[in-house]
Design a protein around this ligand. Structure first.
Ligand code: HEM
Length: 96
């Protein structure tokens, strides 16, 4: 079916770094942003031809620059279309 996209703020993206969260003790999924979309890269980690460690460098952040430095010919959007979790939106701010 049509996936429902969530709005992901930069701080939410940063929290999804694939590492253990010190407060909750849970291992966070690894998310990475590419062209304004946020992907769960966790299921792809064991399959990445460049190795899990390399892919993890993009976890919790925008991975576009790293990705394009290494393999601009690879079609991220096609490969991870099933792994889209949402769209990147600005951080909400409180009015002073
Ligand atoms: C290789 C996919 C992110 C580093 C590859 C290859 C694919 C791929 C398909 C094989 C390319 C080829 O042989 O032409 C992806 C996808 C990514 C991603 C879908 C994003 C979700 C990254 C990131 C890095 C990285 C963020 C580095 C920080 C590498 C390296 C190789 C590689 C170094 C070369 C491995 C080798 O030839 O020995 N990746 N990649 N990748 N990737 Fe990625």
């Amino acid at each position: 079916g049509v996936p429902s996209l969530q709005r992901v703020t930069p701080s939410m993206l940063k929290a999804h770094n694939g590492r253990r969260n010190k407060q909750s003790g849970q291992v966070m999924p690894a998310w990475s942003a590419y062209q304004g979309k946020v992907y769960n890269i966790t299921p792809y980690l064991p399959y990445h031809p460049g190795g899990e460690g390399e892919l993890r460098r993009a976890a919790g952040k925008d991975g576009e620059k790293l990705f394009n430095e290494v393999h601009p010919w690879v079609n991220w959007d096609n490969m991870l279309s099933e792994c889209v979790v949402g769209i990147l939106v600005p951080e909400p701010y409180a009015e002073e």
